[in-house]
Design a protein around this ligand. Structure first.
Ligand code: SIN
Length: 517
């Protein structure tokens, strides 16, 4: 297995020659997917990898089957690529960097703005693709496309603001100037829960900074990544590349983290995988941005507006059926308002309509696969075996599709698995507390620290608790924090660096130039 850039097995040109023709099988797969969708622009559907401006299959001819988690139906296939294609993509990105990094910030701004506009124009189609491969409702998918496009717009505007500085020198004939330069080729590895937005949050910043990229989208949801319209926006060949893989993910990820041409790795996903990638990137001291797992506490104090707190819990806990890194995972409610909060939350959750995200009556879609359903089921079983009560839901919904009934558990003991591990599913786990001091201790009793939420109308408490929570992001009197312009990221084992906001800095090197006169 190759970890570092090794002699190329294939040139980019040879790879193109080998893979450009569409096989009959490809045509059948593409049309099956197209017939499942009613796209205004069917050419958005791409079922090949994208390397150096070309749509390509894999050298091995292997395929990955992509299915709809709401129906288990096969949607189509993408190529099973390996380290060979990964190296070709990295080298293409390395070549493209030589010119892309020298373009003006205004030029990159204009291309990103064009991409943003294309994402608006094709919003309906892009949302359908997200729903079909991820399962989230069409409304959520439309929201994701808007969120995804907002990163492109935001970083278009950041591109022209990568200011340096002049630092006065204590020596008369010396001038100190600091400039910012793009880091280089960036490896981008993204999860299935936001098939589009987790890419643009990284890619938008990378392109704006003048970096080029190799993306590895997740095998569960590759079509949204491949539909991202970079080419139509005018991004030159080699600047953005996408390598698709499932079986060969370990070797592909190793190459993406250890190849010397790559200068930065940006990852969103689980903490265990983040640690592996971080270790590999350390071999060449690459810069890394990591957004890893969370275990968000959601605290309701007795002085909270309970209506608002219930709405916030629904938004935070059940967004995308609980499959986001910032979803509330542990809900702590002060004893005096516990019964009221629990019963109002349970009533709302009981009214959810679970089903296929394409059905407009559906409020909550499926989980991504059976492993996700099994994990949720094991957390519920564990909590119940330790004394928790099921107020609503509590069991899987038989297929087709990977469904678990939206669930509210009360009296979940502190030692339940669900309080220790991110569930990534539609289970609200309620625990009673008495004092502020006690709940802060409970909330911080975890190795991770991405987001935390609390509801209180006491301004002193709002400051105290916001400062005391060991997380990167706090929502106070709101369950929704995600926006393009905020510094998104965590502390402890939830990650390194910040995305969105001024996150373009994560893709820039700082260079000092000292001028003698
Ligand atoms: C994530 O789940 O990793 C991201 C969630 C968000 O951006 O809101």
């Amino acid at each position: 297995m190759r970890f570092l850039a090794s002699p190329r097995l294939l040139t980019v040109g040879a790879l193109r020659m080998q893979h450009r023709s569409f096989s009959p099988k490809f045509t059948i797969m593409a049309s099956r997917l197209a017939s499942t969708l009613s796209l205004k622009d069917p050419s958005l559907l791409k079922t090949q990898g994208f390397i150096d401006g070309q749509w390509v299959d894999s050298k091995s001819g292997g395929k990955i089957t992509v299915t709809n988690p709401a129906t288990n139906e096969e949607l189509g296939t993408i190529p099973e690529m390996d380290v060979t294609e990964t190296c070709v993509a990295i080298e293409a990105a390395g070549e493209a960097f030589k010119t892309w990094s020298r373009t003006t910030a205004k030029y990159r701004h204009d291309i990103l703005k064009k991409l943003y506009e294309l994402m608006q124009t094709h919003a309906e189609d892009l949302a359908q693709i997200i729903t079909l491969e991820n399962g989230k409702t069409l409304k959520e998918a439309q929201g994701e496309n808007a969120y995804s496009a907002s990163f492109v717009e935001w970083f278009a505007e950041e591109a022209v603001r990568t200011y340096g500085e002049h630092i006065p020198s204590p020596t008369a004939n010396v001038r100190n100037v600091v400039i910012k330069q793009p880091i280089g080729v960036v490896s981008i590895l993204t999860p299935w829960n936001f098939p589009s937005a987790m890419i643009t949050r990284k890619l938008g910043a990378a392109l704006a900074a003048g970096c080029t990229a190799v993306i590895k989208p997740p095998p569960e949801t590759p079509f949204s990544a491949l539909a991202l319209l970079a080419r139509r926006a005018g991004v030159p060949d080699g600047v953005v590349n996408a390598v698709t893989t499932q079986k060969n993910v370990n070797e592909v990820a190793k190459e993406m983290c250890m190849n010397k041409i790559v200068k930065k790795v940006s990852f969103t996903g689980s903490t265990p995988v983040a640690k592996l990638l971080y270790g590999m990137a350390a071999s060449t001291l690459k810069k890394v941005s990591i957004e890893a797992g969370g275990n968000a506490p959601f605290i309701v104090f007795e002085d909270a507006d309970i209506t608002q707190a219930v709405e916030g819990a629904i938004a935070s806990k059940f967004r995308q059926s609980g499959q986001t890194c910032v979803c509330a995972n542990r809900i702590y409610v002060q004893s005096s308002v516990y019964a009221e909060f629990a019963s109002r939350l349970a009533d709302k959750v009981a009214a959810f309509k679970v089903g296929n995200g394409l059905d407009d009556k559906t409020t909550h879609g499926p989980l991504i696969h059976d492993r996700a359903v099994n994990k949720v089921a094991s957390h519920v079983e564990d909590a119940v075996s330790k004394g928790a009560q099921v107020l609503v839901g509590g069991s899987r919904i038989e297929g087709p599709g990977y469904f678990f009934a939206p669930t509210v558990l009360s009296d979940v003991p502190a030692h339940a698995l669900i309080n220790d591990e991110e569930t990534f599913g539609p289970v609200a786990a309620l625990t009673k507390f008495d004092t502020e001091e006690e709940v802060i201790k409970l909330a911080n009793n975890t190795d991770v620290g991405l987001a935390g939420y609390f509801y209180s109308r006491d301004v002193g408490r709002v400051w105290r608790v916001a400062e005391a929570l060991e997380v990167g992001m706090v929502g106070t009197n709101t369950g929704m924090i995600s926006q393009a312009m905020i510094p998104f990221g965590g502390v402890k084992e939830s990650g390194l660096g910040r995305e969105g906001g001024h996150g373009i800095g994560e893709y820039l090197n700082t260079k000092l130039i000292v001028f003698g006169m």
